[in-house]
Design a binder for this molecule. Sequence first.
Ligand code: SF4
Length: 432
Amino acid sequence: MSTVIPIRAETSGCTDVVPLVERGQREVFCGLTGIIWLHRKIQDAFFLVVGSRTCAHLIQSAAGVMIFAEPRFGTAIIDERDLAGLADVHEELDRVVQQLLARRPDIRLLFLVGSCPSEVIKLDLSRAAERQNQIHQPAVRVLNYSGSGIETTFTQGEDACLAAMVPGLPSPAATALSNETAPALMVVGTLADVVEDQLRNLLERMGLQVSFFPPRNSQTMPAVGPHTRFLLAQPFLADTARALQARGAQHLPAVFPLGVEGTTAWLQAAATEFGVTPEVFEQATAAPRQRAEKALAVQRDMLQGQRIFFFPDSQLEIPLARFVHRELGMDLVEVGTPYLHRQHMAAELAWLPAGTRISEGQDVDRQLDRCLADAPDLVVCGLGLANPLEAQGITTKWAIELVFTPIQGYEQAADLAGLFSRPLKRRLKLAA
Ligand code: SF4
């Protein structure tokens, strides 16, 4: 019998860490950015940003790659108006939606996405969504959430979007014989389709049925209720998790599926909950796990002992730090995160080396000073900080790439490591 599950014994690591809390100027994208990956996932949805020309510009340039596709996002531009003009704005919005839906009958789910210009803040978008629902039901469902830079950093846009969908998820149909439904697994968080397929395959090989939220199509929303056990696939979904728990669902605490060890532990959390035997678990995971370990070893040679500094950006920082330290042997100089959700991060913090410098929030000037004084080999940061740091001779990696690239699961572990080794290789070549 093989029971090899390559997870090192738990230590308390950074469980009781007191982070350096900073509340100063931040350098991050707003929550509108989430539309870039959300619109690719839910294929019959449309994201209508209610905002300014700045918002339209951000979305257009960030999603420039989609130029050949029929876009599933747009901006209703609200120009400067006073309160007296707001009635017209509602009418205008109704007209824009009407035109959009007439032109695009494939849209079944429409999101009105709020932004931060003061004209938009004055608008009650939930009322607007309610009104639109009355007009367009049952063909189209209209929801609203905020992607405003005042309220959200860039990955929180996804959290707000998913949380807005939760109240509308169907309840499970009770079985014919009882009011109870068997426990069911739900994976929560937007994943690239290729990653979703791989994880589904692994879980099904353990005999587990799994639903993914968000789904690829709004007509196949998963049911949620007290029978639901959910695993988070992304670390930035605090509001979504809370909304699911309000529907009775139970969160399965786990590290996130980044790296070989992380993916194994994440799968193990589901296996344990559903009583999968160690033999079945081993059979399902051994081959992809060993392949991934081999591929990772090549990257480790390059990254071992390199010092890395994370600026707070995507909320992926703590799981990434755990991965690069434990599986690639990198040294953690500072790990910044926009928010520290202790409950969702508990397993991750336990796996960080004790004494890691963790910062929460940002005071960008002070953090830059610390970073320059520490002179790390690699810095993971937002686009706005990369150029100034590169100009000072520091090698950088854009945090946003780690969100746009499929990085979860066994097959992606080496690619994820490659995202860290590539800038270092480039720097070496330039220096040669
Ligand atoms: Fe800028 Fe706010 Fe629009 Fe985001 S929502 S692009 S921060 S104006």
